[in-house]
Write a protein that binds this ligand. Sequence first.
Ligand code: ADP
Ligand code: MG
Length: 253
Amino acid sequence: MAKTIAVTNQKGGVGKTTTSVNLGASLSALGKKVLLVDIDPQGNTTSGVGINKADVAYCIYDIIINDVHPKDAIMDTNLPNLKIIPATIQLAGAEIELVPTISREVRLKKSLQLVKDRFDYILIDCPPSLGMLTVNSLTAADSVIIPIQCEYYALEGLSQLLNTVRLVQKHLNTGLQIEGVLLTMFDARTNLGIQVIEEVKKYFQQKVYQTIIPRNVRLSEAPSHGQSIITYDPRSKGAEVYMELAKEVVSYE
Ligand code: ADP
Ligand code: MG
């Protein structure tokens, strides 16, 4: 049965999508069967693994709103152990359409249960908000990875996120855990990055991954080639650190 991990932070641009794609690819390189679930209407994970949106027959919207079976939406990537349920801009309507829907918070959970036995990991790339799509993701997940960018105001908004996690734990998913906190886009040339690391470690203590993701230009280039770093530039620093992170994630199995 897959371990389902939601990669979440309502701030945009902190590295959720970069982490979903590259952690997913790295886990698959370790021989794990991985399903990426793109639940952000921007669909950056989808294009990041080389999927042309015009080729998408069914996206995550059809699964959540139209009860399409998830197996009909799963698509291949250029890595044999890495599959994806894509998102298209159609998903933008789901936030509102879900509001009057029966069992609106558990729709993703119920769907993913149908394919959980086929994978070792399911990684859900969340949108930058704490709306219905994120609540569905937290309800479907066993745990969350919270990427935090090593920047000013790194901790801003985190109490809101943790409050949402607690509400989901209380009402929808008592087993939900914090898998880990990931420091991203670290720049060793600035003192600021080091200060942020200290602050985040004080706050989250042993939940912070030892692997810290540095700024790496290859990581930012890979999506425009529709590839994870594992195939785009396997010898880059970016590939090295996401492989390290994957090993750390596997060590907590
Ligand atoms: P989110 O999904 O949280 O909005 P992204 O993963 O899309 O964040 O990252 C935001 C931007 O920063 C993207 O352009 C991405 O390519 C870039 N980026 C993310 N992580 C790194 C990194 N470690 N080094 C360099 N660029 C990065
Ligand atoms: Mg994103």
